[in-house]
Write a protein that binds this ligand. Structure first.
Ligand SMILES: Cc1cc2nc3c(=O)[nH]c(=O)nc-3n(C[C@H](O)[C@H](O)[C@H](O)COP(=O)(O)O)c2cc1C
Length: 184
């Protein structure tokens, strides 16, 4: 698919068919994620792929308890738990008081969007899930302490065709030559 078409075609999918995603397709998505830019090429994101039904259900039941994401994740044949390995990421950008910007979250976001766009290209639906308990998810999957949970991604062939939620108009979000002049 042409890039612009993929960007506009991507939607958050919240209902999936049971069909598994072939491993070569999951690999395609991970390769796309790894092509994303990162702070000094630090490549801080890490990807924990879960395609075992029981483990996805356990992850959903325990880390998404009481949230809408629980039942969504339970229909997904595949989930990816994205975590960041901060390491030296952002160190060169430390402020005068020594604070290190959290560029690893930015790196992960770029990678996640690449992954979701690649999924769209292959007819695979995706949902970024921030509505989960990262500490519980960490325990369920066994994530080492040095890694920082970022998000879950639910993946599967779409069983719905979501309508695009409206976006703000450019005049609401863009200013030209300073804060006073709105986009016409
Ligand atoms: C950081 C982040 C966290 C999100 N968490 C959730 C979530 O927990 N549950 C959910 O249903 N959607 C979640 N979403 C999806 C957004 O609701 C969705 O992107 C937004 O409504 C726009 O719809 P679209 O993705 O179809 O363009 C999340 C998106 C982002 C970027």
């Amino acid at each position: 698919m042409e890039t612009a078409r993929v960007i506009y075609a991507r939607r958050s999918v919240r209902k999936f068919k049971t069909d598994p995603i072939p491993l070569d397709q999951v690999e395609f998505l991970l390769d796309a994620a790894q092509q994303a830019p990162s702070w000094m090429n630090s490549q801080s994101p890490r990807y924990f792929v879960i395609n075992n039904r029981e483990l996805i259900d356990k992850l959903a039941d325990e880390s998404c308890q009481g949230r809408r994401s629980l039942n969504i994740l339970k229909t997904a044949p595949c989930a990816i738990f994205v975590c960041a390995l901060p390491g030296n990421c952002g160190k060169g950008a430390a402020t005068r008081d020594g604070k290190i910007p959290e560029w690893f979250m930015f790196d992960s976001a770029l990678a996640v969007e690449n992954l979701c766009l690649a999924a769209t290209d292959r007819g695979i639906g995706s949902l970024i899930i921030g509505g989960y308990d990262p500490d519980i998810a960490r325990k369920v999957i066994g994530i080492p302490d040095e890694m920082i949970p970022v998000c879950l991604i639910a993946l599967g062939y779409p069983d719905e065709d979501p309508v695009a939620p409206p976006r703000l108009s450019k005049k609401d979000v863009v200013r030209v030559n300073g804060p006073a002049e709105a986009w016409k």
